[in-house]
Design a protein around this ligand. Structure first.
Ligand SMILES: [Zn+2]
Ligand SMILES: [Zn+2]
Length: 152
């Protein structure tokens, strides 16, 4: 989906769900990780997480666009546009926008970079952080640990 096609979709949802036009810019954001989208108060544009543009996430995308449009229309109308405002909660509920970024597996666990082996029982395990092998022993047998792999 191109930025122009995304903008058309936003304009269509704005008319259908809010009966108000969307008159600002939409950008595709390639750096967002777990957020679905964002509304920018300063120039009223929307940014949408590119992960949600894949065809299989169309319903999630519509929910995200509705959520951002709730911020957009309430802010332009000088009503409560923040998540905690009752205007926001009411309108979000009415248009059935998503409350949170839909979970499509974007909440990645931190990478476990360090692999250790017990020199006694040979069990291996991975850790996010480096551990001090002179101070920590194998949890299973108490043997000495050795770092065997470090992924950059
Ligand atoms: Zn929001
Ligand atoms: Zn061991």
């Amino acid at each position: 989906m191109t930025e122009a096609e995304l903008k058309q979709l936003v304009e269509k949802i704005s008319e259908q769900a809010f009966q108000r036009p969307f008159k600002h810019q939409v950008k595709i954001n390639h750096r967002m990780t777990t957020t679905g989208g964002r509304y920018y108060l300063n120039d009223h544009h929307l940014e949408i997480n590119d992960h949600f543009l894949a065809p299989q996430y169309r319903n999630e995308l519509i929910g995200i666009i509705k959520h951002e449009l709730v911020h957009y229309h309430l802010h332009l109308a000088h009503q409560g546009y923040r998540h905690r405002d009752s205007d926001f909660k009411l309108l979000l509920n009415r248009v059935q926008g998503s409350r949170y970024a839909p979970d499509i597996g974007l909440r990645r666990k931190p990478k476990r970079k360090y692999t250790y082996v017990c020199q006694n029982c040979k069990v291996t395990f991975k850790r996010v952080r480096r551990i001090d092998v002179s101070r920590f022993a194998c949890g299973r047998c108490g043997g000495m640990l050795r770092l065997i792999n470090e992924q950059k």
